[in-house]
Design a protein around this ligand. Structure first.
Ligand SMILES: Cc1cc2nc3c(=O)[nH]c(=O)nc-3n(C[C@H](O)[C@H](O)[C@H](O)COP(=O)(O)OP(=O)(O)OC[C@H]3O[C@@H](n4cnc5c(N)ncnc54)[C@H](O)[C@@H]3O)c2cc1C
Ligand code: SF4
Length: 339
């Protein structure tokens, strides 16, 4: 580890002021990703600003528009088990509980979950080239071992996926990220928060230097009647998604009135297809309809040597999850919480 300064911020202004004074500062939430990256010698902040004591960011409150505000420093566990989240946004609850392990969810914060880095093996190997870590050094995953990598939205610079489960549900719910920073407060629609790699894979999201996530807003619509989160992975605990699907439906007499489908484990950001959602509206909620949507979502998918299987896996997961969403009590393997 490098030598560094450590500051415990007692309020948001103090955290922002400290960041402004150091070009190489990092906020510390639960530390479950940042400390790992540090141990692997992949990040070396000179100033660590511990924000874990910022009680103003540890609340879950109702919004005037009927939605819910999730503080950035509420833990993943406290969010998943909060009665308002369990009752009104069970899709989010299930997605969070499908991630990591109980111990990690007790430490991990909502803000940190949005900012966790990819799990690409080459990214975590400091001795390996990697455009995301060292721009211009190359991407060994493209012709290497790419089993967990992207099938949608990748570039010639990077084929990594964003590994979060929580963010797949937040994408399906059309959440909004609240941010404060040196230039004031701003909001970013969830769809615009994470970015595709294109020519700048080193940049994961739309956050500017020094900006702090303060909370995440959920709109009033939570799809509490018809929802499902399906996570397909190599083992039941401590494993990131090969493919995951968050589905929320509103039905009228068996016909789809409103639908959201977001995919995880397939791209550099949670993947939505407005065309597929439009296709499903007004159609009966059947396996055939979901199969039609799956074909639209995966139409431009591109597999690499070790991950071509993900294209068919994603199609089948979309259909299966659509059917499970009709009756959330019918959850089958792959939809239970991680231990
Ligand atoms: C073994 C293991 C298995 C895991 N499995 C899964 C899984 O299956 N699914 C899944 O979704 N996740 C999984 N995770 C990832 C875990 O969910 C994340 O590490 C966690 O959510 C990060 O939150 P944190 O508060 O610990 O972030 P930290 O590690 O504290 O921070 C992460 C990054 O966010 C920045 N940051 C933190 N809070 C803020 C804020 N409010 N504003 C601005 N910047 C901030 C930090 O500076 C850092 O860059 C796993 C992690 C581990 C270690
Ligand atoms: S896929 Fe992205 S993160 Fe992985 S080695 Fe290539 S550039 Fe690095």
């Amino acid at each position: 580890m490098n030598s560094f300064e450590y500051l415990t911020a007692s309020n948001v202004s103090e955290a922002l002021r400290a960041t402004g004074e150091s070009p190489d500062a990092a906020y510390l939430g639960g530390g479950t990703n940042l400390v790992d990256l540090w141990k692997y010698d992949l990040t070396h902040p000179e100033l660590l600003i511990d924000i874990s004591k910022l009680n103003e960011l540890k609340q879950i409150t109702n919004n005037a528009n009927g939605g819910l505000r999730l503080g950035a420093l509420v833990t993943n566990a406290d969010t998943a088990y909060h009665p308002e989240v369990e009752n009104r946004y069970p899709l989010l609850s299930k997605a969070i509980l499908a991630g990591a392990s109980a111990q990690i969810r007790n430490m991990a914060t909502n803000g940190g979950n949005l900012l966790q880095r990819t799990r690409c093996y080459y990214f975590y190997d400091a001795a390996s080239p990697c455009n995301k870590r060292v721009p211009g050094s190359g991407c060994p995953a493209i012709n290497g071992y790419n089993r967990i990598h992207a099938i949608l939205g990748a570039s010639e610079q990077c084929i990594a996926v964003f590994p979060s489960d929580m963010c797949v549900a937040l994408s399906a719910l059309d959440a909004v990220v609240n941010i404060t920073g040196p230039n004031g407060d701003r909001q970013i629609a969830f769809h615009d928060f994470h970015r595709l790699p294109a020519a700048k894979p080193e940049k994961d999201n739309a956050l500017q230097s020094g900006e702090l996530i303060t909370s995440i807003d959920l709109p009033a619509e939570g799809f509490e009647q018809h929802y499902s989160y399906l996570k397909l992975r190599d083992r039941h605990s401590y494993a990131f998604a090969l493919v995951s699907v968050a589905t929320g439906l509103k039905l009228k007499d068996g016909i789809i009135d409103e639908v959201r489908i977001a995919l995880g484990g397939v791209a550099h950001k949670p993947w939505r297809s407005p065309e597929a959602e439009e296709f499903l509206k007004g159609k009966p909620a059947t396996a055939e309809s979901f199969e039609g949507a799956a074909n639209i979502i995966l139409a431009d998918a591109r597999g690499y040597e070790h991950n071509r299987f993900k294209i068919e896996l994603a199609k089948r997961a979309i259909v299966r999850n659509g059917i499970m969403a009709l009756d959330p009590s019918s959850q089958r393997p792959g939809a239970q919480p991680s231990l």
